[in-house]
Design a protein around this ligand. Structure first.
Ligand code: TXA
Ligand code: MG
Length: 347
């Protein structure tokens, strides 16, 4: 058991001592949960196999699931990759700092422990000022998966990190709520045609003008077919799942209301759009306005955690549209639901 300290980091100037403390811990080989604009990250020195090993232990994560390396500038990127091809540079300059992870062939400096044995490395320059300043102060690239126990919904507040990681990390930096709320888009440029392995706030539509062609990995919307190798190893594991059994319900609001009307008294909970809960016969949480995926993204993981705290054992979720950032919301909800979808037909 580690003695986990909670360090306030809402204000870079006022909380400068917290960042110094966190940087010292990381330089000494420790683990720190850090805020980013997407979700909290569980950070350690990306260049030291022993440090990276601690991340896998703290999360209970399978060691073939590679980590994202977080950087604060292009000089750091250059030490991690074999080279930055022009199309990669163009995408970096357009979307960094921000919620986009780019995969490229790795340099020898990146240990195989960090990449789960792969010869490629995933890199991201986060936009959150606390994350950037911390990387600058410790002058180390930081490996950081989402700061949740493996399989659970990602953490979007320091309180979520306290719940999952107390005793498992040296410190938690409290930088407030994460703005985006879902993990970064993962884009591989290690293949001839660019490919999105995990949808996020940077969408295919946004990448297309720069790259010309962008494929979407089938794992974004369907389970891995038996016998196939996952392009992104993380996609083969059960993910983002609360303790409750989640169903995605596809259909109109009246159809949804009729369905949950039959579940009254069975401990069923609803995960619905803003303004819908009141008229429904089961207790509901509202995860954002219908058709506003940015809002849904911001709240989804916090609500999945809240449903567990409320003791929900079955959750019926209104299906988000798959347009734009909605695809990322749908992708996470699909995994939280273990791909269980109820499609309601017109009567
Ligand atoms: O927003 C984010 O990306 C957050 C914050 C903390 O930056 N991090 C995050 O990390 O979500 P994690 O470890 O939970 O997800 C990383 C994903 C996994 O699905 C992993 O398999 C994939 O990226 N990945 C990492 N390196 C890869 C590589 N070399 N090739 C293919 N997939 C890779
Ligand atoms: Mg994760």
């Amino acid at each position: 058991m580690l003695d986990t300290i909670l360090l306030p980091a809402e204000d870079l100037e006022r909380d400068s001592a917290s960042l110094d403390r966190a940087a010292e811990i990381l330089k000494a080989g420790g683990l720190v949960a850090i805020p980013t604009e997407t979700v909290y990250g569980l950070a350690a020195n990306a260049l030291e196999p022993a440090c990276v090993a601690k991340i896998y232990t703290a999360k209970g994560r399978p060691s073939d699931n590679p980590l994202i390396v977080h950087v604060d500038g292009y000089e750091m990127v250059e030490t991690l990759v074999a080279g930055i091809p022009p199309r990669a540079r163009a995408v970096m300059e357009a979307f960094w700092p921000g919620p986009l992870t780019i995969i490229l062939p790795k340099s020898d400096r990146v240990p195989l422990e960090t990449t789960g044995g792969l010869d490629t490395v995933a890199i991201r320059m986060p936009a959150h000022p606390v994350a950037r300043e911390l990387i600058r102060r410790c002058a180390l690239p930081l490996a950081a998966p989402s700061a949740n126990l493996s399989g659970s919904p990602s953490t979007t507040s320091a309180q979520h990190c306290v719940n999952d990681l107390t005793g498992r990390v040296d410190a938690i930096l409290d930088g407030g709520e994460c703005q985006v709320g879902l993990e970064s888009t993962v884009l591989t440029l290690a293949t001839p045609v660019a490919r999105i392995l995990r949808p996020g706030a940077i969408t295919r539509e946004m990448l297309l003008p720069l790259l010309g062609e962008v494929e979407l990995d089938p794992s974004a919307t369907s389970p891995l077919a038996p016998g196939t190798v996952a392009a992104s190893p993380g996609m083969k594991y059960k993910h983002y799942a609360p303790k409750a059994k989640v169903y995605i319900v596809q259909g109109s609001l009246p159809q949804y209301a009729a369905l949950v009307g039959e579940k009254v008294g069975e401990g069923a909970y609803g995960l619905v759009f803003t303004g819908e809960g009141e008229a429904l016969p089961i207790p509901c949480l509202e995860y954002g306005a219908d058709g506003v995926p940015e809002e849904q993204a911001h709240h989804l993981f916090a609500m999945l955690r809240q449903l567990d705290e409320m003791g929900a054992h079955t959750v019926y979720a209104r299906s988000p549209s798959r347009e734009g950032v909605g695809l990322a919301v749908y992708n996470r909800l699909l995994r939280a639901a273990g791909f269980s979808i109820l499609t309601l037909e017109d009567a």
